[in-house]
Design a protein around this ligand. Sequence first.
Ligand code: NAD
Length: 293
Amino acid sequence: MKILISDAFDPSLPEKLAAFGEVTDDKDRLAEVDVVLVRSKTKCRKDYIDQATNLRLIIRGGVGLDNIDVEYARSKGVQVFNTAEASAVAVAELAFALMISVPTRLVEGHLGMTRKEWLKKQLKRTELMGKTLGLFGAGNIGTELARRAIAFGMRVIAYDPFLKSHEAVDLVSMETLLAESDYMSLHVPLTDETRGMINAETIGRMKEGVVIVNTARAGCVNEVDLKAALESGAVRAYATDVFVSDPPPDDCLLYQAPNVIMTPHLGASSKENMLRIGDVVVRILEDFAHQTA
Ligand code: NAD
């Protein structure tokens, strides 16, 4: 079996995969390989899949499959797997960090200190305790975030029409989620339904001064509408790990809007998660090797 590691994985992975056959990171060998390992950088669209004439398996180390044309791959007999649960803790910890950075004034306080400015009087703080966190999507990551928020004394509600019940949070209507959340955190996949779902109309139904956290996908947010809402104060802050491209273009509206906190798509990239992803990749390859033996 020939395996192409196309994106960044833990450095220990090639050695772990050696038992399955030849491992390469040479993208020019795409036409030869049976298996491709990607994260989010490599886009496996029709052209890519057509070039990979021997391809039988794509493994996405991570969750979102929006960089892969899954339907087309399957129509060509190429199996597609992700490492669905591995990243939940890593992304939830970052979502929590983004969320708590707003009421603690962590970023402004730190930046002030780097300029030798003592902003003790200027930076008014609030607390997470007693506030309502609304989750858009309560799957693996949303659930891990909910557990952490509950431990901090938050009330957690979620809108997820695909779930009948949830172990940790109250499932509510979209209307209730928008109307009652002090903090809103996005944990949905990017689909036709979720694209642009945070827009002037939905923001208009949210609490004045809501804080929005996005570790899901940038496409879920209409950035023109968000920028206007940040400028008017309708949205108090937008804390995000995800952008229209990695990195965002120089004219990205988020660089121009006030009260935006950004991290460079770090959600899944903890050391521990990269090791967990590697372990799941090995398990998928064991099953695949077994199937094709
Ligand atoms: P998941 O599949 O476990 O959960 C997603 C949840 O969203 C599901 O419960 C589903 O029912 C719900 N959902 C789908 N469509 C919805 C809609 N229209 N309205 C409300 N709920 C809807 O996925 P997850 O592991 O929790 O990951 C969520 C997203 O986070 C991924 O799709 C990915 O885009 C993103 N992600 C980002 C990073 C990062 O580095 N920032 C890392 C991993 C995942």
